[in-house]
Design a protein around this ligand. Sequence first.
Ligand code: NDP
Ligand code: GDR
Length: 344
Amino acid sequence: MKTALITGISGQDGAYLAQLLLEKGYRVYGTYRRTSSVNFWRIEELGIQNHPNLELVEFDLTDGGSAIRLLQTTGATEVYNLAAQSFVGVSFDQPATTAAITGVGALHMLEAIRIVNPKIRFYQASTSEMFGKVQAVPQKEDTPFYPRSPYGVAKLYAHWITVNYRESYGIFGSSGILFNHESPLRGREFVTRKITDSVAKIKLGKLDVLELGNLDAKRDWGFAKEYVEGMWRMLQADEPDTFVLATNRTETVRDFVTLAFAAVGIDIDWKGSEENETGTCRKTGKLMVKINPKFYRPAEVELLIGDPAKAYEKLGWKPETTLENLCKMMVEADLRRNERDASF
Ligand code: NDP
Ligand code: GDR
């Protein structure tokens, strides 16, 4: 039986990846942080929390010594480093915490591999945020990086230290440069889920208006469940490498809002410009969306669109779910949750 370790199993990708590896017959160790209240709603929604081959272990990525013990005790031969302070907005307020977890955390895992068993295969969760102020369109593996947030800078360190350990010590370290991927399990602070949850609440009369920041940002959004399959394929390849996973389609935040309201039968009419822009219901004239400058970031990533050709060619990976279907799936899940639970 193969044994894998996933850091960050309480997150969106950790939950989907655990499900995938369990389906493939792996023994899975998933790490979570000690918090005052447990946070396993995602693995519960997927119904895997009591799977006999899943073991949850307490671990903090900033603690290098415990990374060593973790590899010694679990005997994992594949390590997926998904844990991170992953919210770009927060990284501007907590840059040092973000650097310690999101940047140096990857180094702790790589050092532990070097010490415990250099044959362990390592996946680093890199990001399109490393492209930041983009230097080419579409972005691919050799596009120059220009991160625009403390999060992006921390991830760039983690990416290069993975490449460095590959080249210096022959460690099988692969870096997946993943563009935004969403799902009903996405955290509610990220824009897509904030939109789908708010649209569900507006539809059910639990919220008046959706407040957002920059509507013009363009993102390449895919379905998270498909992206974790790409992570696994990277560690099954003959050689470690760097791969972009993306859909090669980009839309604005405004477009995603329009799609989400359309999923509940509301046609949005956009009016005004920049900070005065609003979205109203075309039929009733009621205000549905307004701008709140507090959601703007000190530096923004304006346009992301990835070219996943290398992943298709070398891994046979390609995304299937359209943005329309992804958005609808998320709105429907949020309608169900909000209907079921009055305090949701
Ligand atoms: P989430 O924010 O949903 O999950 C992050 C996970 O990291 C959570 O389990 C969290 O635990 C854990 N974590 C945070 N800090 C620590 C710490 N100090 N020690 C141990 N664990 C910690 O992220 P996603 O699932 O969306 O993303 C997975 C990874 O992929 C992240 O590294 C992210 O930066 C990266 N990425 C994500 C993309 C996306 O579009 N989703 C795109 C590209 C890269 P807790 O629940 O306790 O907070
Ligand atoms: P991102 O995701 O920063 O791309 O990082 P997020 O959904 O937070 O923002 C996407 C874009 O939407 C704009 N935006 C808002 N964002 C949020 N969160 N809330 C708002 O109210 C709002 N209004 C407009 C943002 O300015 C931005 O342009 C995600 C994370 O998962 C990272 O961990 C990952 O590395 C990247 O995707 C790829």
